[in-house]
Ligand binder design. Structure first.
Ligand code: PMP
Length: 428
């Protein structure tokens, strides 16, 4: 059945629509932290949390809110008042930490970042953008133009002029051997130097922890140090929280908060899991920045009542069940466990992460060289063990990515770690 569907998929969909697995999965249903494929095989989902399902698969609270709203009204959110949109915007504005915040809803992370670029370039009257090496910000023409990860950037043409900054990746690169403080100092000096050589950029956009780039681990405080420099030059800071938001990193609700108290970003973008599967993206900015546009600008499907109902139900669940605390506790245990089981595995260079956003970097044994073949093999082997994980990284996708729904239990964390241990053993 999957073969038949795969043939049709290949015949009608673009070649660049990447699928995981030599024998791609057709997922047909899910519950909690588990999903089932078309053949009825059950998998523990250690990746869907970062894609769509932040909280849990088929979460009854969200399903109920969506089905009730579907039976009531789904209409344009842009021309008429929309109570769920106002309510969710109020909650997010308050939670963002941005003073005098305004929120605009989109349908994706790409559209959110596009909107952030529209705001920043208009506000600053500059089409120069600073972005991080190895970053990913989406698939539109402008988002591709600020994506430093060239494996995800299919054109070098761009309406923007982009300059790439060091710091998002710690594992490799010119400053890899430095300690935290020296690493930050080197990256800040690099940024200062760059700013001395270019016309004033509009903004720096950065993921507090790079997602597609392999769940990287810049030292805490890096973006606060950058912020101080940027503020001196009048450059805005856009935090792309598409993967790091909503408590996933455990210690903090937003990824930027790990970087100290140099204030919230000027613009924050979010997407992915907040709708627990319904398409919600958005931008938060202080009103002076948000309101710099002097014409109408609407998104027909951004903020529809059905997505907002899902977002509200999901956010309520997240807060009432302290899923940020759960990410901290269960994620902390999982990281510890993964470090223990990989300590003697020569292909594993490091287990890095925060909360339920965990990266495992694979190298060729005895070297620092990225090992994409091992990452691909572990992905397949984990699937055979009933575990779905992701992979990512720069030019070579040599990191395993682990990002389960935030409601993961301790027993499920242990079950997943055991499966990953068997998968790692099986590729040796
Ligand atoms: N920003 C980041 C950090 C992302 O990880 C992604 C998606 N992988 C996007 C933006 C784009 O989001 P979407 O796929 O919803 O357009």
């Amino acid at each position: 059945m999957t073969d038949e569907l795969l043939g049709r998929h290949k015949a009608v969909l673009p070649d660049w629509l990447a699928l995981y697995y030599a024998d791609p999965l057709e997922i047909t249903h899910g519950e909690g932290r588990h999903v089932w494929d078309a053949a009825g095989t059950k998998y523990l989902d250690f990746f869907g949390g970062i894609l769509t399902t932040m909280t849990a698969h088929a979460l009854p609270e969200v399903t109920k809110a969506v089905s009730e709203q579907a039976g009531r009204i789904i209409h344009s959110s842009t021309l008429y008042l929309n109570r769920p949109m106002v309510e969710l915007a109020e909650r997010i504005a308050q939670m963002s930490g941005i003073p005098d915040a305004r929120v605009f809803f989109t349908t994706s992370g790409t559209e959110a970042n596009d909107t952030a670029l529209l705001l920043a370039t208009t506000y600053r009257r500059s089409n120069q953008i600073l972005a991080m090496r190895n970053s990913y910000h989406g698939r539109s023409f402008s988002a591709v133009g600020i994506t430093g990860n060239k494996g995800w950037s299919p054109t070098s043409l761009s309406p923007l002029q982009t300059l790439y900054v060091h710091g998002g990746v710690r594992t490799r690169g010119p400053y890899a051997d430095l300690g935290d403080a020296d690493f930050i100092a080197a990256c800040v000096a690099d940024l200062e130097d760059l700013l001395g050589h270019v016309r004033p950029p509009a903004a720096l956009i950065a993921e507090p922890i790079q997602g597609v780039g392999g769940f990287t681990s810049p030292p805490d405080g890096l973006y606060a140090a950058f912020r101080e420099v940027l503020q001196r030059h009048g450059v805005l800071w856009i935090a792309d929280e598409v993967q790091t938001g909503w408590g996933r990193t455990g210690d903090n609700f937003w990824g930027w908060q790990a970087h100290g108290q140099n204030g919230p970003p000027d613009i924050l973008t979010f997407a992915k899991g907040i709708g627990n599967g319904m398409s919600i993206g958005g931008v938060v900015a202080r009103s002076e920045v948000m309101n710099c546009l002097d014409s109408n600008s609407i998104s027909t499907f951004g903020g529809t009542q059905i997505t907002m109902a899902a977002g509200l139900a999901n956010l309520n669940y997240l807060v009432e069940h302290d899923l940020q605390g759960n990410a901290r506790r269960v994620g902390g245990l999982l990281i510890e466990r993964l470090r223990a089981i990989t300590a003697q595995v020569p292909e594993v260079k490091e287990v890095r992460g925060r909360g339920l956003m965990i990266g495992v970097e694979l190298v060729k044994p005895g070297t620092e060289e990225a090992n994409p073949d091992a990452a691909a093999a572990v992905l397949e082997a984990a699937r055979r063990e009933g575990l779905l994980i992701g992979k990512g990284g720069g030019h070579n996708t040599s990191a395993l990515r682990i990002a389960p729904p935030l409601s993961l239990t301790v027993a499920e964390a242990e079950e997943g770690a055991d499966a990953l241990e068997r998968a790692l053993r099986s590729i040796r």
